[in-house]
Design a protein. Sequence first.
Length: 369
Amino acid sequence: MSKRVILGMSGGVDSSVSALLLKEAGYEVIGLFMKNWDEKDDDGICTATEDSDDARRVANQIGIPYYTVNFEKEYWDRVFTYFLDEYKKGRTPNPDVMCNQEIKFNAFLDYALKLEGDYIAMGHYAQVQERNGDYYLIRGKDVNKDQSYFLSRIGQKALSKTIFPIGHLEKSEVREIAKKNELYTALKKDSTGICFIGERNFDEFLDKYLLTKEGDFIDVDGNKVGRHNGLIHYTLGQRKGIGIGGIGTGEPWFVVGKNIKENMVYIAQGENHPALYSTSLIGENPSWILEKAPEIPLRCTAKFRYRQADVPVTVNILDSGELHIVYDKPVKAVTPGQVAVLYQDEVCLGSCIIKSIDPLDKKYEYLNR
């Protein structure tokens, strides 16, 4: 009797090809569309409805059952409230990491098990390897599409039940398979942006849910150099949208810190200003793929944002349980609220949430208090 796989179908080409490959491999495949968010875009179109229709068309083409499941409440409670709370703290969260941890590999998994699924599957560019009873998360073959960063807080229960059908493929190969089999989504462009915001104006979206007030831009010498339109609209290292010109050296301005109490955004001039750099970070809520900490001190590499090149680091665990991650060389624009993901070669070890950073120049310690 063939194994039953419950596949998360998004209406995109990656999950479409995943469905095809699973069916060809002899699995009993059930397509499931997760409805996590219910809102129309700027043109009055609910993109979730369009995506669901696309997924249904592909399921019909391949000949697999297809259903939708509503996780809106779970998403709001576990992901979106976290997203808003982090912005209230002046941090910059990564909701896609939390969506994987809380929805796709938690609520979805529980639902799939109720459907008597033997496995769940997703169209992520990542791989799972079993070694002596432990399940390891491995980078996807396509280095430009690897999504292990977003999967770095998934534990053994989920990984032991997960298949990534396209993790061993390049994106170009996935497109070719879709075209060859004339799948409805073969030419559909990839979605971009945070799942519940999509292509909409990010600042306008935040203003809808969070109260903001204008305040002062302060340079690192303590001078007022302009007005900002709300702390939530700025993140460390940001250059665009500051709107200050004709002051100082003429070089671009960058966000280097925030003061929530005083409602101030600190900025510095020049893309290599020392205030942009840190030498280490403190990470909270560490999550290990193997669900146990590795031997410490740990020499490995880290990514502090998606698509960043690996940074060689040394990791120690503090008495508080938080991680102290020291970089071999100073790194630019490491941002509290983002996720620090740790790797040993191709293996993703886990991650933590960046709580604070240690500046390259100690005189800038005040920037993120």
